[in-house]
Design a protein around this ligand. Structure first.
Ligand code: AHR
Length: 312
């Protein structure tokens, strides 16, 4: 019939009328707000009834929300897990209730059979891309890097650190001189950068800042300016997400590079659920999104305009 023809052709199946719970972390960053907006947009376009729960950065709130979704008997659950550990019980409960769970943008330390699939970037690769940019741009000069880490215990913080360290390994002129969490927020990024600047000869000893997300980079840029230095020139700035504000900073010469993280994790998640419901197709366990590097050379202003079309 038509449904089979459409599915054979690879067109999206109809999932209108499905009730899908989404346990979101919070709104710590511009990227996070964009993901929320895009998820709502994707749900609306597909006629999905999205039940949205904001956990305000707390895992216990996420677990409560997921238990609530299970009690309501939703058709599926999307969850962006704030930290990696502590999910086994609640995932097992969803599994027991035969409600498919899809992880968005962050991973968990739990058996893979407890979730249907995970839509996320390769976060180690993101760190490598950022680190490689620095390697390619400092040459042989000595370079002290200060690192603003993401939320402690979250997979992007763990993996982006690892990837960056891999990229700079063997380049003995590049050293991570200080590293601390800025919790993926602009305010903490600024605060921690201020402390880094104070303990590094007012910033004279810092060659670059590597921030695990753009918001912390934007906070750091403000701190660098307040210290009377030029971000992007005196201190190089490389980060991850590719949100509009970092493109503005790159266009102004105040940031140097960012690695794109698409906010559209829900689209592939809904597609995977659609195929699963249509004919039992098991999706790949890990659906990996692209990690592309952007610098002043790839038309940040043009990118900014394109992004506006995404609705954030
Ligand atoms: O999990 C993805 C990360 O979470 C984004 O890079 C960051 O901005 C967000 O808070």
């Amino acid at each position: 019939g038509l449904a089979t023809a459409l599915s054979t052709a690879g067109f999206a199946q109809d999932i209108s009328g499905k009730v899908i719970g989404f346990s979101q972390i919070g709104s710590e960053s511009g990227w996070r707000a964009a993901e929320t907006a895009v998820t709502r947009q994707q749900a609306e376009e597909r006629g999905v009834d999205l039940k949205f729960a904001d956990a305000q950065q707390k895992q216990e709130n996420q677990i409560k929300a997921i238990r609530g979704f299970i009690a309501q008997g939703v058709d599926a659950i999307l969850v962006a897990p704030v930290v990696a550990t502590g999910w086994d019980d609640v995932l097992a409960e969803a599994n027991e209730a035969e409600i498919p769970v899809v992880l968005l943008d962050r991973g968990v330390d739990a058996p893979e059979d407890l979730y249907l699939t995970s839509v996320a970037s390769d976060q180690v690769e993101e760190g490598r891309v950022a680190g490689q940019w620095l390697v390619d741009n400092v040459g042989d000069t000595d370079c002290n890097v200060v690192e603003l880490q993401g939320t402690v215990g979250s997979t992007p913080a763990i993996n982006r650190k690892q990837g960056f360290e891999e990229a700079i390994a063997g380049h003995d002129n590049i050293t991570i001189s200080q590293s601390q969490t800025g919790d993926f927020t602009r305010a903490k990024g600024k605060e921690v950068m201020e402390a880094f600047l104070k303990s590094s000869n007012g910033g004279a000893d810092i060659c670059a800042v590597y921030a695990h997300n753009d918001d912390m980079a934007v906070g750091a840029i403000q701190a660098i300016k307040d210290a009377g230095l030029k971000p992007g020139t005196d201190i190089k700035v490389v980060s991850i997400d590719a949100v509009p504000d970092i493109f503005t900073a790159i266009a102004a010469g105040e940031a140097n590079a960012t690695v794109e993280l698409t906010p559209n994790m829900a689209g592939p998640a809904f597609d995977a659920l659609a195929a699963y419901w249509a004919n039992g197709t098991e999706p790949e366990k890990f659906i990996i999104t692209e990690s592309k590097l952007y610098t002043a050379e790839n038309d940040p202003a043009g990118e900014y305009d394109r992004r506006k079309g995404l609705g954030y």
